[in-house]
Write a protein that binds this ligand. Structure first.
Ligand SMILES: *Cc1c(COP(=O)(O)O)cnc(C)c1O
Length: 431
C-alpha cells in the first residue's frame, strides 16, 4: 500500500496543528502507524490522499448511518446552501427537526439545538443544577460526555469518591463537584449519593460507546431511575452516540426507563455539527429567554446542519427496518470475526446494539471501566494495522465503538471477515 502522500501530508499537518489532528483519537497514538489523510468518500468507503480505498467502520465517529454522500442528505444540504449559510434568526427547519426528535422520544416536550455533544451535556447539567438547586453530579468511570471541565474527571482512589481531573488544566475545584461511580454497579452510585447529599443529577451513557461498546444492564439503568427519584436528582441519558444509532429511540428501546433530560449529537446532524438536549417543559422552560438559565450559541441550529440532520432523520423514519438490517450486518461481522479469531486461538468478546458494534481482545466479558484495563491492546494494535493495510478501517483504539451503515451489505461484511481470517493467521504465526 503506497502511503507517500499520507506520510508527507501528515508531517505537514503536524507542523501547524498539535499532533496533526483536531481531535486526539485521529492521531493513531494507541495503534501506531501513519494516520490516513482522507481525500474523498462514498457510501461505505473512504479514499485517502494516495488513492487507497478503505471500508469505513468509523463513519465520522457515528453520524453517517446513511453512509457517505447519501443522495437525499446531499440534496437537502444543497437546497439549504442555495438559501444562504446562516442567519442568526429562527428558521422553520429548526422547528421541523425539533418535532422529529420530540415525536420519537415521548419523555421530551422541548429541545434546544447546539453545535456539539460537549455543549449539549454541559448545558443539560447546568439545567439540572438550576432545576434541583444542587451542585454535585454523578458520572461513571469510562463514560464520555465531551470535554467540558467538570466532565473530564475520573475516579480517584476507591470507587465512590469525588473524582480527580483527568486532564491538566482542569482545576481541582471544578472536579470536586463531580462524583465518579462504577458503571453497572448500583451500590457505587448509592454511596455517591450518600457521600454527597447534594446531587443534582446522574449523567450516564445508557449504552456506553466510549470504552468500547458496553451496554448498561437493565437492572442497572432501572436502578438509576429509582435512585434519582429517591434522592430528588435528575437522570440524564447521554445519547449523543446511541440516539438514532442503537435504535430509532436509542436506549429507550432497550430500557423501560424515562430519563429527565436527553442529549443528542452525531446522527441528528447527519454529518454536520449539530447536537441537542431536551426534556419536559418544567425543566426546559427554565432556559433563557423563558427562564434564567443562560445558554446560547452563535451558530446553534445552523440551517445547513439542520437540513442534513432533518433529511437523515426523515429518511430513517421512512424505513425504520434499517435498524434490523444493520443489526444483522453487525452481528454477522462480529460473530464472523470472533469465529475466525477462535480458529487461530484468539478470544474476542463481541457486542452489538443496532448499528453499533464493539469487540475486545479479552477472554472475559467487559462490564465496566476496570474490566477494560485487562483487554489486550497490543494485539488490537497489530490487528488494526493489518486490517488497515488490507483496506478495512476500524476505529484506531480498543475503546471506541464501530458502526455499520445503510450502504453496506453481506458481501462487504464477508469480505471483511475473510480479511480478518488472513490477519488472525498471520498474528498466530508471529506469536
Ligand atoms: C461524542 C460524544 C460526546 C461529545 O460530542 P462532541 O460533539 O464530540 O462534543 C458526548 N457524549 C457522548 C456519549 C459521545 O459519544
Amino acid at each position: 500500500m503506497n502511503l507517500l502522500n499520507n506520510i508527507n501530508d501528515f508531517n505537514e499537518a503536524k507542523s501547524v496543528i498539535p499532533g496533526g489532528v483536531n481531535s486526539p483519537v485521529r492521531a493513531f497514538k494507541s495503534v501506531g502507524g501513519n494516520p490516513r489523510m482522507i481525500h474523498d468518500a462514498n457510501e461505505y468507503y473512504l479514499i485517502d490522499e494516495d488513492g487507497n480505498k478503505y471500508i469505513d467502520f468509523i463513519q465520522s465517529w457515528g453520524p453517517l448511518i446513511l453512509g457517505h454522500k447519501d443522495s437525499d442528505v446531499i440534496s437537502a444540504v444543497k437546497d439549504a446552501i442555495n438559501r444562504g449559510l446562516g442567519y442568526g434568526a429562527p428558521t422553520v427547519g429548526e422547528t421541523k427537526i425539533a418535532k422529529e426528535i420530540i415525536s420519537t422520544y415521548n419523555c421530551i416536550d422541548k429541545i434546544r439545538l447546539v453545535s456539539s455533544g460537549t455543549e449539549a451535556t454541559m448545558s443539560a447539567i447546568r439545567l439540572a443544577r438550576a432545576y434541583t438547586g444542587k451542585d454535585d453530579i454523578i458520572k461513571f468511570d469510562g463514560n464520555y460526555h465531551g470535554h467540558s471541565d467538570s466532565l473530564l474527571v475520573s475516579a480517584g482512589s476507591g470507587c465512590a469518591t469525588f473524582g480527580s481531573p483527568s486532564s491538566p488544566g482542569v482545576p481541582n475545584d471544578f472536579s470536586k463537584h463531580t462524583l465518579v461511580a462504577r458503571y453497572n454497579d448500583l451500590e457505587s452510585v448509592e454511596s455517591c449519593f450518600k457521600i454527597s447529599g447534594d446531587v443534582a443529577c446522574v449523567i450516564v451513557e445508557p449504552i456506553a460507546g466510549n470504552m468500547g461498546l458496553v451496554p448498561g444492564d437493565v437492572e442497572f439503568i432501572n436502578g438509576l431511575r429509582s435512585l434519582c427519584d429517591k434522592y430528588n436528582a435528575l437522570l440524564i441519558f447521554d445519547e449523543v452516540m446511541s440516539g438514532f444509532r442503537a435504535s430509532l429511540k436509542g436506549a429507550l428501546s432497550y430500557y423501560n426507563v424515562n430519563p429527565d433530560l436527553v442529549t443528542f449529537g452525531k446522527v441528528i446532524g447527519g454529518g454536520l455539527p449539530l447536537a441537542a438536549f431536551g426534556g419536559v417543559d418544567d425543566i426546559m422552560n427554565l432556559l433563557s429567554p423563558l427562564g434564567g438559565v443562560y445558554q446560547a450559541g452563535t451558530l446553534s441550529g445552523n440551517p445547513i446542519a439542520v437540513a442534513a440532520g432533518y433529511a437523515t432523520i426523515r429518511k430513517i423514519k421512512q424505513d425504520t427496518s434499517i435498524y434490523d438490517r444493520l443489526e444483522k450486518l453487525a452481528l454477522l461481522l462480529t460473530q464472523g470475526m470472533a469465529q475466525k479469531a477462535q480458529d487461530f486461538g484468539f478470544k474476542l468478546q463481541v457486542c452489538v446494539r443496532g448499528s453499533m458494534f464493539g469487540f475486545f481482545f479479552s477472554d472475559r466479558e467487559i462490564k465496566n471501566f476496570d474490566d477494560t484495563k485487562k483487554v489486550d491492546t497490543e494485539l488490537f494494535a497489530k490487528f488494526h494495522q493489518k486490517m488497515l493495510e488490507r483496506g478495512v478501517y476500524f476505529a484506531p483504539s480498543s475503546f471506541e465503538s464501530g458502526f455499520v451503515c445503510a450502504p453496506m451489505n453481506e458481501r462487504v461484511i464477508s469480505d471483511v471477515i475473510e480479511k480478518s481470517e488472513i490477519v488472525f493467521s498471520e498474528l498466530a504465526n508471529e506469536q
